[in-house]
Every structure is written in C-alpha cells, then in structure tokens.
Unconditional design. Structure first.
Length: 287
C-alpha cells in the first residue's frame, strides 16, 4: 500500500484543492484529511458520516465539592490554572494535566480525568472512504489526533483492499505537519510564487528531508508572479529537487470550489490540464 502526503509550508497555497483533484484521478484509494485544526476537504467532498469517535488527548484536573478552599493547589500550580472560590475550580484551557495539584491536595479533592480533545470520523463519498477530524478549540494534541485519522484511513484501506492513501496534510512545519509526513511513500509540496513563498518552501523541504521522504514540488498559480516562480525554479535546480508541475491561475478553480467539485472534471480548465500531468508524474514515482 502506498501513501501520498500533500503538504505546504503555509496555509492557502491550494493544497486541499490539489488533494481533491488527485482524489478524483486516483483509483482504488482512501482519503485522509490530516489538517485537523481547520479541515476543509469534507466541505469540498460532502461525505456521508459512517463513524464518529471521541479523541482523548490527555487528562485535566477537576476539583470536587469536598474542597476546603485551603489554597495549596493554587500555590502549587505553575500554569495559573487554579481559580479561587468555594470550591476552587480549574481553568481547563490553562491546565496542562501535570497532576501536581492532585499530589498536594490534603483531602484528595482533586482528580485527573480524561479530556476530550476532538473528534475523528470515517465517512464516504460515493464509494470513497474519507478519514477526517476536528480538534477542539484550545487543544494542542494535533499530532495524536492525526495519528488516529491515519490509523482509521489505514484500517479502511486494508478492510476494502485499497491500494493508495492520499493524505491532505497540515500546513507549516509543526507537529501536525510532521505527523502528516511520517511514513508517507511520497510527499507533494505545494508552493506559491509570493514574497514569502520560497522561504516557506525551504522550511518544509528541510522538514521532509529530515524524515528522509521522497518528494517533489508543485508551483500553484505560477503565472501570477513569474519572477518569483523563476526564483523557486532556480532554487529547486540548485537543491536538485524535482518540479512535478506548474498550475496556472484559473477562475474555473473558484467556480469548481463553489460547486464542491474537483476542478479536473472540467476538460477546458487550464489548471485541470496541469493537475492531470502532475498526477501522471506522481504515479511514476510510486511505480
């Protein structure tokens, strides 16, 4: 089974648009939306939800009614998560679940309990399985939630004997991005020809190289700034990086997004033609 991760050094480069189009072109596969902070793939594909799972990302402290308001827990907490009162209370957004308050409470009025950090889903779009998730506001365990999304996608692929998993990864270079990349057979990096585009590209390339993944570059909306596009091309030549293709700016992409359709279904679209060529090169890399 092959896994393809589509990532970018920043948000808004067109990563999800490309992922949706590649999903349309590939056969016998599973989709996984690993942008759990702000997932959009389900908006584009309009899936039917089959399974819903709660994600427990850690533990949070809770103070019960036997609290005598002695204040020891408040003085102990290094995260300022304890709020005075009768009884005292815990700010769940500030609590790190370290358990120091539990250890110091003289009457055992504090406990560490499982904390729901998000939900993850298995859905279907016609015959296509889609694994996706949504991290709760203020939660930080995105990497763990992405691991659950990928496990669910892998199980669906094994159960239905699918050959490929296409991962719409998280943007940036943080924990969520690295969780999207690890274990992938091939990584597609989407760049854009903007002032910060090359800097963002350099950062994500360093990250992918750290994990020793095979990868290639796609330059999206390349014709909006040909000078910056040439800078990216020159840099890729210097770094010996393959450019899989260049996608032109195309109003049909916006129209397809409004209709919740992949742009590649429109044979007259300039972007669609470029994406089809990119698809062929990715297939060659996986063979």
């Amino acid at each position: 089974m092959k896994q393809i991760a589509i990532v970018s050094g920043k948000g808004g480069t067109g990563k999800t648009t490309l992922s949706g189009s590649l999903s349309y072109l590939f056969d016998n596969h599973v989709m996984a939306d690993c942008d759990v902070d702000a997932p959009n793939l389900h908006l584009l594909m309009k899936p039917e939800t089959l399974e819903i799972h709660e994600y427990i990302g850690g533990k949070k402290a809770e103070i019960n009614d036997t609290c005598i308001a002695c204040g020891i827990c408040e003085r102990t907490c290094r995260f300022d998560a304890i709020r005075p009162g009768n009884p005292y209370s815990v700010d769940p957004y500030a609590c790190e679940g370290c358990g120091a308050c539990v250890l110091t409470c003289p009457i055992n009025a504090i406990s560490l309990n499982d904390n729901r950090s998000g939900v993850y889903y298995l859905s279907k779009v016609d015959d296509l399985p889609l694994s996706h998730a949504l991290l709760d506001p203020g939660e930080e365990t995105s990497g763990g939630l992405i691991a659950e999304v990928r496990k669910l996608a892998l199980k669906a692929a094994e159960d239905e004997k699918r050959e490929t998993i296409i991962i719409d990864g998280s943007p940036g270079i943080g924990c969520a991005a690295t969780s999207s990349i690890t274990g992938a057979n091939y990584v597609v990096i989407v760049a854009e020809p903007t002032v910060s585009g090359l800097h963002d590209l350099d950062r994500i390339v360093q990250t992918v190289r750290h994990f020793r993944r095979k990868f290639g570059i796609v330059i999206n909306k390349f014709d909006l700034n040909l000078d910056k596009t040439q800078e990216i091309i020159d840099w890729c030549k210097k770094e010996n990086i393959e450019i899989l293709g260049k996608i032109p700016f195309d109003p049909m992409v916006r129209e397809a997004t409004i209709k919740a359709e992949p742009v590649v279904i429109n044979e007259n679209s300039k972007a669609a033609k470029a994406i089809r060529e990119i698809y062929k090169k990715i297939k060659d890399q996986l063979s």
